[in-house]
Design a protein. Sequence first.
Length: 254
Amino acid sequence: MTEAVRYDSSGALARVTLARPPLNVLDIPTLRALDAALGRAAEDPGVAIVVLRSDLPKAFSAGVDVADHVPERVGEMLGSFHAVLRRLLSWDRVSIAVVRGLALGGGCELAAACDLIVADDTAEFGQPEIGIGCFPPAAAAILPSLVGASRATDMVLSGRRVKAAEGKAMGLVCDVVPAKKLDAAVDAFVAEFCTRSPAVLRAARAAVAATKRPVLEALDATERVYRERLVPLADMQEGLRAFLEKRAPRWEGR
């Protein structure tokens, strides 16, 4: 693992911790390290539960590095990030995302790919990509099955942030607790899972994986649209440049 991604395990439980200040922005090396950490959990026959969390007080993750969306790196970025998401969606481990603070862009997609999200009351979820001339392909594939087509469309097209309580009401978040009680709540949550048979948990999660096949197929489709229709647009490149140059974009409509 790198310093940006830590892994530890004990019995049936593995913990994967993001620690890339200030906001856990996911660049390509961090994505590769994250996939390697999840791979360790997948290869350990004793692990049945994986907790994915942040070591930072104000963010789970602010998303994938905008600099890696440029044409010369976007293919590698999508491949690295979507490998992580496909693993979470298709494997036989139970995954729990622990969210405090911001879960935006790829950070929101990463949390949504997990089986359960436990958040504190400071958490905010959102897909702001539309504002910089992009769209979130994984969110477009994953969110409809969690929050419904209308709410998913709202999140993808508006870019607005969803606070933790609204996230719970719409079905994105499993549980919301006060910020000071998050660690204790997660420990209690995980302790209950740890009383179950690890073999049975993995079998049950394998059954759940069968329901994720349409999401995986949708991810293939949304990724194709991203690569083939979005990336060639002048407006995508302008949006990225404007963000990196800290100015308002000048859209051309092409």
